[in-house]
Each structure stands twice: as structure tokens, then as C-alpha cells.
Write a protein that binds this ligand. Sequence first.
Ligand SMILES: [Zn+2]
Length: 93
Amino acid sequence: MQLDRIELADIHHPVVLAKTIHTLLGKIEHAVPITEIARGLDIEDVRVDHFGGFEGMLLTDKARSTGCILANSSKGNRRVRFTVAHELGHFLM
Ligand SMILES: [Zn+2]
């Protein structure tokens, strides 16, 4: 997936960020490939598992140079996809 965080660096509004990512991706025929988008934007790993006590977590360094997203699978795939997108938003903004 050809994405570059440099093109998103000055965007501070979530709707503008999402629209810009969609523009960069072009037409998508199926569900938005949120895990691939995250990996294309410097998330090294997306771990989906039955975690206790949280729905999602972003692990990153102070400069957010890279990151890892944890997503709880207890409430189903739709919730996992939301969580990954939500944590990616934290990483990018
Ligand atoms: Zn949050």
C-alpha cells in the first residue's frame, strides 16, 4: 500500500485526515482495508486478541516514529475495525 505520513503531517482535523487518506487510496471496491492502511502509515503491528480491560491501545514512542495497535476482539470484527481506525487516528494526530 502506497501511503506516506509526510502527506498527512499538517492535517489536524479527523474528517480532513480521513478524506485525504481516501483520496490517496483511490477507489475502494470492498471494505476499507484499515489494517493495511495502518501498516502503510508506520504502524509496525496490529494485534487482535481477547484482551481484558480495554478495547484498544496504541503503543508508540514519544516522537510517534512508529507504533503498535492492540485491539480487543471480544466484541466482534466491526468493533475491532473501529478500534484500529481510532488508534490510528491517535497515532497520526
Ligand atoms: Zn482514544
